[in-house]
Design a protein around this ligand. Structure first.
Ligand SMILES: Cc1cc2nc3c(=O)[nH]c(=O)nc-3n(C[C@H](O)[C@H](O)[C@H](O)COP(=O)(O)OP(=O)(O)OC[C@H]3O[C@@H](n4cnc5c(N)ncnc54)[C@H](O)[C@@H]3O)c2cc1C
Length: 160
């Protein structure tokens, strides 16, 4: 019979990855899980992240993982007294290079397949969204309004 001193699973490190693994494994009934952390939970690399959250990635599997992140954030927010501090400020991708513009078109296609809003916008609109960008008229711009960022420490603590 497992006891707290004889766990089934030991996770070394209580950053976002260790806490996320612990959270998912804890759904398996009867599994005794211990997270070993030499500092405080979420205090190391995790706390330094910009924690940008984008939904559409270069590969379908990564997009699925990113979408799961958003779903988990919503689920954890519903389970606590208040929603997690996800700021849906959107993300803007720009390129004046043909290769980059092709990538933006591919991202727009992948977004459409995944049911995520992605708008190809005029360069003037991009500069209104981000006035510090000095864009040339041949720049292509893609706006994903549902992307954002989150406080990484709060996310880690909610998962842990
Ligand atoms: C400036 C910056 C910006 C970033 N921006 C983004 C971003 O926008 N989007 C994004 O997705 N990612 C971003 N990242 C990356 C992201 O922060 C890391 O990928 C993520 O935090 C790694 O999580 P982790 O749990 O592996 O590591 P950590 O958070 O470092 O956790 C590892 C933990 O293991 C513990 N540990 C290590 N060895 C032992 C041991 N022997 N015994 C006990 N405990 C141990 C450490 O104390 C630490 O707490 C950014 C990172 C930085 C630095």
């Amino acid at each position: 019979m497992p006891t707290p001193h004889h766990p089934d699973v030991v996770i070394i490190g209580g950053g976002i990855l260790g806490c996320a693994i612990a959270r998912y494994l804890s759904r398996l009934p009867g599994l005794n899980i211990t997270v070993v952390e030499r500092h405080g939970l979420g205090e190391q690399t995790t706390s330094y992240a910009a924690a940008l959250l984008t939904r559409i990635r270069p590969h379908q599997a990564l997009t699925a993982l990113a979408m799961e992140t958003f779903r988990a954030i919503e689920e954890m927010g519903q389970a606590s007294d208040e929603p997690l501090p996800l700021r849906s400020v959107g993300s803007l991708q720009v390129s004046a290079q043909p290769n980059g513009q092709r990538q933006l078109e591919e991202t727009a296609l992948r977004a459409a397949e995944a049911g995520v809003t992605a708008e190809q916008i005029a360069v003037q609109d991009a500069m209104q969204l981000a006035p510090w960008l000095d864009l040339t008229p041949d720049t292509a711009a893609l706006w994903l309004p549902d992307d954002g960022y989150i406080d990484p420490y709060s996310l880690c603590m909610a998962a842990g």
